[in-house]
Design a protein around this ligand. Structure first.
Ligand code: 13P
Length: 339
């Protein structure tokens, strides 16, 4: 393991004014996004869509530090034969790769899930490194209710995250450690805070026990929000305060950076929350974005699978990238959205 190299990559992933584009939807997940805009889920449509995002400037040169790819995309070539990974690298961004194989029902734990993907992981990481990946992602999902999660399910997910992270570092790939407490359901913001704090404490305990070097990871947590169906929704300031407080309780200052998932928040909420946290300031780690839906939803809608809409799709993507870049610096305000 080259810890210096890992740390340099991790710091580049959270460089000032930059964040990560999560474009690693599995073929099943991108199907639901394409269904919503009436686009067939074919390899060529997936390629054309991701190709236009990866060629968008100045989004990719100025606001995006790295892109999380799906297995198909890291091997995919554009119509003219250019590898899609080349577009990312040419614009100074770092290719990354999703290596988990999705959450599955957990034996013995009804209604809870644990993430698959450890089989053959060392060999897959070596192959991905050869294809240009310098960071990876593994997402664990934690469902919330009055009685869930159980300590057992949290422990299993945290352990998998830590084993994955150790293997990544052995192969000189920075692990994005992503324990996502879901915002599905009707739980309150207080319940989200309680569960997230427990999950992050367990995750860092496992990272420590599995000898993961914290200087060479990026944490990708959820923000502290209320469940989507909760009748009482918090203000932007409350989300920002509770999220920063939770992270300060749980995340060692040695971690080079924190890049949030958007998790089903609206585009503007995801931007406003990130901005408010950065306006609080004084945090020991940079706080930035690693958004999927909140960076791409507007671009997908503007494109809608039509070649003549590519520049509209690129403009929509560029706008969200710029708004989130400003938010990562605490320099966004709602008035900029109209411009
Ligand atoms: P969302 O921002 O859409 O939650 O996606 C981020 C991600 O990578 C989820 O694993």
């Amino acid at each position: 393991m080259n810890l210096e190299q890992l740390t340099a990559v991790a710091k580049a992933m959270v460089a000032p004014g930059k964040g990560i584009l999560a474009a690693d939807e599995s073929n099943a997940t991108i199907r639901s996004r394409f269904d919503a805009i009436g686009v067939d889920n074919t390899p060529d449509n997936r390629r054309d869509y991701r190709s236009f995002m990866f060629r968008t400037e100045p989004a990719m040169t100025d606001h995006v530090s790295g892109v999380i790819l799906f297995d198909e995309t890291i091997r995919q070539h554009d119509a003219d034969g250019t590898p899609l990974v080349q577009y990312i690298k040419e614009r100074g961004a770092i290719p990354g790769i999703k290596v988990d194989q999705g959450p599955r029902e957990m034996a013995g734990f009804p209604a809870e899930r644990c993430t698959d993907g450890m089989d053959g992981l060392r060999d897959r990481l070596r192959d991905y490194y050869a294809h240009g990946a310098r960071f990876a992602k593994w997402r664990a999902v934690i469902d919330v209710s009055d009685t869930l999660p159980t300590a057992g399910a949290v422990k299993a997910n945290a352990h998998m995250l830590a084993r994955y992270a150790a293997l990544c570092q052995e192969e000189n790939i920075v692990p994005i450690v992503e324990p996502e407490v879901l915002m599905d359901g009707a739980h309150t913001i207080e319940r989200c805070a309680e569960v997230t704090e427990f999950v992050l404490k367990k995750t860092f305990q496992e990272l420590f026990e599995m000898r993961v070097q914290l200087e060479g990871i990026v944490l990708k947590p959820n923000m502290i929000v209320a469940g989507k169906k909760c009748p009482v929704q918090p203000t932007v300031a409350e989300v920002a305060e509770k999220t920063v407080q939770c992270l300060k309780h749980t995340v060692p200052s040695l971690v080079p950076g924190i890049a949030f998932l958007s998790g089903g928040q609206s585009d503007i909420d995801a931007t406003a929350h990130l901005d408010a946290m950065n306006k609080i300031g004084g945090n020991p780690w940079p706080l930035t974005f690693s958004y999927g839906r909140a960076l791409q939803a507007a671009a997908q809608k503007a494109w809608s699978g039509k070649p003549e809409n590519v520049s509209a799709g690129q403009a929509a993507f560029a706008k969200r990238a710029r708004m989130n870049s400003l938010a990562s610096l605490g320099q966004w305000d709602a008035g900029m959205e109209a411009a």
